[in-house]
Design a protein around this ligand. Sequence first.
Ligand code: ACO
Length: 335
Amino acid sequence: MMTMHKAYITAVGTYLPEKILSNLDLEKLVDTSDEWIISRTGMRERHIARDDEFTSDMGANAARVALDRAGMKVDDIDVIIVATLSPDYAFPSTACLIQSTLGAKNAAAFDIQAACTGMVYAMAVAKSFIESGMYKNILIVASEKLSSITDYQDRNTCILFGDGAAACIVQGEGPGLEIGKVSLGADGDQSTLLLLPAGGCRNPATKETVEKRMHYLKMDGKEIFRHAVRRMESAAIECIHQSGLKETDIAYLVPHQANLRIIDAIAKRCKIDDDRVIKVVELYGNTSASSIGLALEKLVVENRIKDKDHLLLVAFGAGLTWGSLILTARGDFTL
Ligand code: ACO
């Protein structure tokens, strides 16, 4: 009879670059104000990588913290999955660069591109690898240098984004956070609402694409907001109910950190009290794929998770993509 293995997140780690870009700094770049940014987004500051610090560097730093906390040797990593929309190169993958930086010579390596939902998609893939028995020790890294694709002349977008990385170790044995029910979705019909227009084969780099600032991300904020609330709510509710749980069974909501108003709307719709909602958007801004990992680490570091607690993760991003999953604490899950 085939044995079904279970997948557990056994450690998390993060890395944030030192430099901070505050709302007051942004006031000097574009026509905006601290008050406008706080009231519309809940953001006060975000971290920005150095010119010589890249997505793979930040990802490797977060990975080292997670490996250390898991007490795992680099040689034991079977596969590295990286979630990013701001890779060092179009190819090779950022996962291969991180494999090289860490010296993880026994690991397979590949990237996932699901924008801000990338880490949730990566957790779903890791769960399948573990449950099928294909791999035992998986390193997931989410890392973004969004400052490299943000137009600091566009006040509609430049106030939102920050840089940073998060990592987690997924293994076939606990104690840890068991990855339970997963709900993923996508709607490519809405792909133009948030995209990086140039640099791919459709609009290769030319003098014209650079002059038209097409190598910076473009977003229809209002429409994205509307879709984000609707999609995250339905993914979260579907995940809760398909797990046989009720909204009141959720100990913590760990949402993608795109905007405080979006987070509050999801929490309200999922009937989760404010003190059980994990928020890091105020200090980190929107770090795309990394944001849910940064929020999860905050919860873990604060030692608030108790045995059998159910955590609800929910994310939304370009694509459009969305996803939700339930993590259940098994055993004494501390660092
Ligand atoms: N400072 C001051 N005024 C501004 C700024 C700014 N930084 N940005 C826009 N405005 C102005 C607009 O020009 C507009 O002026 P107008 O009425 O004269 O035209 C006014 O403020 C209102 O603009 P709205 O777009 O209606 O503002 P809104 O309340 O929708 O907030 C925001 C904008 C914050 C971008 C919001 O729409 C949002 O958060 N959207 C979702 C963003 C998101 O989640 N993105 C990422 C998801 S996927 C991923 O994470 C990669």
